[in-house]
Write a protein that binds this ligand. Sequence first.
Ligand code: T5A
Length: 210
Amino acid sequence: MSAQNRGSLVVIEGLDRSGKSTQCQILMEKLQSKGKKVQLYKFPDRTTAIGKKIDAYLKETSQLSDQVIHLLFSANRWELIEDIQSKIQSGVTCILDRYAFSGIAFSAAKGLNWEWCKSPDRGLLRPDLVIFLHISPEVAAKRGQYGEERYENIEMQKKVEKNFERIEREYTEESLSFITLDASTSLETVHSRIMNLVDQVDVSKALETL
Ligand code: T5A
């Protein structure tokens, strides 16, 4: 993708209830107030046909094999990637609330092979910046509505936390900007750290793929 006047691609990742959606919303509003064009995408996008299947699985009203749900999460990203790409090309900053890194961290926590988990997302756009909101699974468990969905239990979240540590190591080696922030502080503190990082994103180079 050409680098000329493009928007940036920023991903916010984290454990369940770490404050991703709250921070994505604040970030979007703050960037808009600075006159930037911004689009927010949430993965899974539960509004599409594939997203509805994912929603039912997460709410435990349907059962699917670990492999099938992994591929559906990935397909849900692929069905939106052209839209994201065209927004970026037209100068829009795209904020993604979860992305392929969640796919690897959660599916591998269920015992699926690490490289297999990575493969369906190969070819998706590589973000300019990934911010991982770190919160201990015990603190997250005390936040509102915890425990209503399939993966919201401390044992699973601890495995996911370890997998995100591995993801950070592997992608940092590939020169992806993957930054972990302490998300157990106030909304304002977390936001100002995120904004600081987003302000430093360099859009002079063309976007690559994962
Ligand atoms: N998944 C996802 C996969 O397995 N594979 C994949 O490929 C993908 C993309 C659903 C599940 O799907 C899995 C991961 C998940 O288990 P989701 O829809 O993103 O993914 O679900 P959640 O992570 O649970 O998203 P939530 O919206 O529930 O949590 P958020 O966005 O992290 O947290 P948020 O902002 O809603 O805040 C949670 C609560 O904490 C408070 C908020 O007010 C809210 O009550 N809060 C704070 N409280 C104190 N201090 C702060 N700094 C706070 N920030 C927020």
